[in-house]
Design a protein around this ligand. Structure first.
Ligand code: AP5
Length: 213
């Protein structure tokens, strides 16, 4: 099975964490629009330059930029053409409509997490700027303080994981992205999963929702 799956959910709901596990399990790419954008910013491309301000403020990057980016990944010749775990897209109904023109999805998972837990998790998130591994200072700290277990690089906090930006991202999510779940519910593709449980438990529930139909 090489499914075509979308993970929805608030900032910090665990989309990236679960997407990694699912991508490994099914042998398909994990496509994270947040990671792709951060790479564009790092490389100083024109897209990265345009996206950076929106990201730092916790706002959405305009639909036309995002849709063009995702067409490149999922269209014929893209790395997700034979299955994927898509994390961070779609975030608006316009993006969901555009995605429906490109691929037929097998399942959409909505990871549910209350706002207090979002703030708690994201404030404690640290990431490795070199290999991308994600840590949580409270729940999954690195073995050596401040250093990546995999490659030894000093860990950093994401620009948009400051408390005021986290709150803003959550508000943007409620206003712009929550209606996307409704879009998929009406099409019979949506399954809700409680994300406020240990990673392995959430993983089992997500797998059941994908494999069980
Ligand atoms: P993006 O990178 O997609 O950010 P996000 O949606 O806000 O999601 P996060 O990466 O913050 O969280 P996550 O759900 O992946 O959680 P994670 O697994 O890391 O987007 C960033 C920005 O890019 C956006 O604000 C926007 O500007 C732009 N953008 C991206 N896509 C766009 C689009 N389509 N349209 C427009 N703009 C777009 O987990 C979080 C923390 O919790 C970690 O520390 C982790 O270790 C921990 N954790 C995870 N699961 C658990 C668990 N079960 N129990 C305890 N801790 C857990």
């Amino acid at each position: 099975m090489r499914p075509k799956v979308v993970l929805l959910g608030a900032p910090g709901a665990g989309k990236g964490t679960q997407a990694e596990l699912l991508a490994e399990k099914f042998g398909v790419p994990h496509i994270s629009t947040g990671d792709l954008l951060r790479e564009e910013v790092r490389q100083g491309t024109e897209l990265g330059r345009q996206a950076k301000g929106y990201m730092d403020r916790g706002e959405l990057v305009p639909d036309e930029l995002m849709i063009a980016m995702i067409k490149g990944c999922l269209g014929s010749g893209g790395r997700g053409r034979d299955g994927f775990i898509l994390d961070g897209f779609p975030r608006t109904v316009a993006q969901a409509e555009a995605l429906a023109e490109i691929v037929k999805l097998d399942r959409v998972i909505d990871l549910r997490l209350p706002e207090e837990e979002v703030v708690r998790r994201l404030s404690a998130r640290r990431v490795c700027p070199r290999c991308g591994k994600v840590y949580n200072l409270v729940l999954s700290p690195p073995k050596r303080e401040g250093l990546c277990d995999e490659c030894g690089s000093p860990l950093v906090q994401r620009e948009d994981d400051r408390p005021e930006v986290i709150r803003r991202r959550y508000r943007v999510y409620m206003e712009e992205s929550a209606p996307v779940a409704e879009f998929y519910r009406r099409r019979g593709l949506l399954r809700e999963v409680d994300g406020a449980r240990p990673v392995e438990e959430v993983h089992r529930a997500v797998l059941a929702a994908i494999e069980g139909g």
